[in-house]
Design a protein around this ligand. Sequence first.
Ligand SMILES: [Mn+2]
Length: 361
Amino acid sequence: MNLTEWEIHHQLEKLYESCRTRPLKKKDKYIIFSDLHIGNRTSRDDFNNNGEMITRVLAEYYLPNGYTLILNGDIEELQKFSCGLVYERWHDFFEVVTAFKKKKRLIKLIGNHDLELQVLQKTGINEELIEGLRFSWNSHTIFMVHGHQASGLFTKYNWFVGGILKYLAYPLHIKNRSAAHDSKRKYMVERRIYEFSAQKGILSIIGHTHRPLFESHSKRDSLRFSIEILLQDYPGMSKKEKAEARISIGRLRDELVNLSKKERKGFKTPSFYNENILLPCLFNSGCVIGKRGMTGIELTGEHISLVHWFDRSKRIKKYWEKGPVYAHPDSNIRKRIINKDKLEYIFNRITLLSPGSTSTP
Ligand SMILES: [Mn+2]
């Protein structure tokens, strides 16, 4: 049995009201990763894809560059593996997380796959485990939550589902049918948190669905949007700008064509918000277990960016390296910025485009 829409909304509201608020200051720097699903380091462990890369990126890039690490849920995969094994096998990763904690630069949120941690003895990196977090930025709010709280089924029966997965499904090698694999449920979670955020005029950052979202746009929408803007600006560009724009348009077009091919094979990435005006209030950091790298969100007092880290020695798309890319020293590790915008611009749009804006001074 599922929760009703009203119950889910009420649950989000309660969580929103109860969580701590911290100011987001101009010089602050946060990196948000979610959905690591860390396992036992065997072939059945999804974290194997990028586990070594994220360990290095955190230790050599985000830690020395002064970022605070936000782990937004589904960090330890406790529906499939035991806690002790996860920490033991990925000791090197948790050591880096502990280094952030020692500098008081770690925030860890709960997800549905690591929900067990709530009842286990909270020590080390889980000492201050939280369910939600609010940032105040000028007079605005950024709300952070894993996202399973908006999925009726998982909230009420997570223990049951977890038990089944670990003790029954996993030994029989039944594929994990969690929200990430069920596009309809994905859509519902995103839509509910979108509506919740739009109604409140806040910006929300979630994980859980493994689908990176920037300003409520899926990858397909973002690509179309970027092409459209470049085409509009094209006539007024200088010769040099036109040459650069042609390269960018070509790259975006390739990516869009590729996405369409994938969709025809059955991977639907729907543009699901049937609204005339889409508010840029929903962001999703994606996940760390992708075959072609990991995505995360960088948040500073001025900007928000969706970033993609990948290993260029692995099978990657050729055009990914054509744009501005950060090359991590002495490695094949690369970072590209998928989207970036000013917080001020985003909040202006959220405020001015929301239905209630005409009545507030
Ligand atoms: Mn999840």
